[in-house]
Design a protein. Structure first.
Length: 119
């Protein structure tokens, strides 16, 4: 069992910055990647950014040029630094972990943290 605990969400004004953190605990054997997704009301969950253990990073279109992902692999922690926040960035942000085990690839999700960007 893996637990992902996010922190750092909240209410900000447009143009401001936030930093999200997510720490994994429990059975973290076989972690291959960690990242962030988000979901706004009435919309599908979408990728924000993902980073594999070898440093390969995938960034969603909405995050390019404004958001940066980083990881502390030893601490099983992932961060998301968000600059220049827009009203359209308002969503619940979910931490994501991917593990590769003998029987397959497993995905784990955090409970989510709300970010609201006010104009």
């Amino acid at each position: 069992q893996v637990q992902l605990v996010e922190s750092g969400g909240g209410l900000v004004q447009a143009g401001e910055s936030l930093r999200l953190s997510c720490e994994a605990s429990g059975s973290t054997f076989g972690v291959t990647a960690m990242g962030w997704f988000r979901q706004a009301p009435g919309k599908q969950r979408e990728l924000v950014a993902m980073q594999s253990n070898n440093g390969q990073t995938t960034v969603g279109e909405s995050a390019k040029g404004r958001f940066a992902i980083s990881r502390d692999i030893a601490k099983n922690t992932v961060y998301l630094k968000m600059n220049g926040l827009k009203v359209g960035d308002s969503a619940v942000y979910y931490c994501y972990m991917q593990r590769s085990l003998r029987h397959g690839v497993l995905s784990s999700w955090g409970q989510g943290t709300q970010i609201t960007v006010d104009s």
